[in-house]
Design a protein around this ligand. Sequence first.
Ligand SMILES: [Zn+2]
Length: 203
Amino acid sequence: MGNSETRRKAAVVRRERIRAKTAAAMRGAGERPRFVADVMLGKLAKWLRIAGFDVLYSNRYSDDALIALSNKEGRILLSLDSRLLVRKSVKNFIFLESGNLEDQIKRILESTHSGMFPSPLSRCLSCNEILADVPRESVRDRVPAYVFRTQSHFKRCPQCGKIFWSGTHSRKALKTLDKILADVRSREHDPAGASFLQPTRRA
Ligand SMILES: [Zn+2]
């Protein structure tokens, strides 16, 4: 029982140390923030790619690899793991704190001062590559017949070759992103609501 109490206290201390790092950490975010997501965040990485963000993700990245990618490529490390973020070598990060997907996306938008999504539906969800337009005729044999009949524009991932059309990312996903953005924008005009995202300052 002493052990779990010690662990709980250690976690609280780590959180405080991470919050103290936060203000400095976001200085390098820039106008087009890029990310690397830790191994627990596959779902978040996919959603950020739907929104058009450049996000590296693999469930095989070690902690050291995540930190190296963040530091070498100027990517913001996204994580829920206070043990990872408290490490000295971690400079550029967002501590998500919540396991809820919508809360995580809101936190990222607000932390990076992103008033909109970069370019929804422009990236491969598997590879993170920017999709390229391809002539409709070239995909005739590569998509279901009814899709070919009903769609006029197609894109292709230069890495994995997968073909995308407007039904590939569901309308529901776009609606969800729209709602998240609207919530974030309305909170910007409501100081009380926005305050929870400011770095906690302690005397
Ligand atoms: Zn791909």
